[in-house]
Ligand binder design. Structure first.
Ligand code: ADP
Ligand code: MG
Length: 253
């Protein structure tokens, strides 16, 4: 059984890309076949697994707009079992171009349906907006992981995200579930983090992952080396917690 998980939150900088890359790498290292789908025009997941965007021939844009078969855009990464559909800046035009396309919300779902059987997990890294690209992702997904940064205003904006999830459930994908809520970038030296954890747990209850991602400098260094934390520094705290998260995600299979 394969599962498609969207990593979504319209706030930027909450750890969507870090989680996509490192959860993907963690699951692949645990023996799962994983496809990352970069659907953010910034393409940080693409460069984060060591792909030079200038060399990308086909990206998610060509799948969504030009209707190319998805396997023509899939690339291998340095990690065994971890593939990616890359994004380049070309994707920035897609929000507008999709507006006039037939069944514009269903394009990613249709494409991933063609390769789903080849993977245990497909992880979609969403852009920081609730536009048509995120809607495509939520429509294609079985479930959504919501990363929340342990900071002031952590819950701000979440009602819009949850509203979008409900709208997608109602109109496009009744079977969409919340896979889990992931607390990220916890600074263990402050009380604030503890307060945010309590607040988020009160709100999402058993949906909150036991694994909490702390701030870890190695996690922020890895992308500039085009590596997941697992290849960049396997002994770091960052690698340890993303492994834990991968195991926790597997335990809810
Ligand atoms: P998003 O995709 O939601 O915009 P990112 O995953 O790109 O967020 O994270 C934003 C920034 O914070 C990046 O520079 C990333 O390297 C850094 N970062 C993410 N998670 C951590 C962490 N746990 N510890 C330290 N830095 C982190
Ligand atoms: Mg990102």
């Amino acid at each position: 059984m394969s599962k498609i998980i969207a990593i979504a939150n319209q706030k930027g900088g909450v750890g969507k890309t870090t989680t996509s890359v490192n959860l993907g790498a963690g699951l692949a290292t645990l023996g799962k076949r994983v496809l990352l789908v970069d659907i953010d025009p910034q393409g940080n997941t693409t460069s984060g697994v060591g792909i030079n965007k200038a060399d990308v021939e086909n990206c998610i844009y060509n799948i969504l707009i030009d209707d190319i078969p998805p396997h023509e855009a899939i690339l291998e990464t340095k990690i065994d079992g971890l593939n990616i559909i890359p994004a380049t800046i070309q994707l920035a035009g897609a929000e507008i171009e999709l507006v006039s396309t037939i069944s514009r919300e269903l394009r990613l779902k249709k494409a991933l349906g063609l390769v789903k059987k080849n993977y245990d997990y497909i992880i979609i890294d969403c852009p920081p907006s609730l536009g048509i690209l995120t809607i495509n992702s939520l429509t294609a997904a079985d479930s959504v992981i919501i990363p929340i940064q342990c900071e002031y205003y952590a819950l701000e904006g979440l009602s819009q995200l949850l509203n979008t999830v409900r709208l997608v459930q109602k109109n496009l994908n009744p079977h969409l579930q919340i896979e889990g809520v992931l607390l990220t970038m916890l600074d263990a030296r402050t009380n604030l983090g503890i307060q945010v954890i309590e607040e988020v747990k009160k709100y999402f209850q058993e949906k909150v992952y036991r694994t909490i991602i702390p701030r870890n400098i190695r996690l922020s260094e890895a992308p500039s080396h085009g590596q997941s934390i697992i290849t960049y520094d396997r002994r770091s705290k960052g690698a340890e917690v993303y492994y834990e998260l991968a195991k926790e995600v597997l335990s809810y299979e």
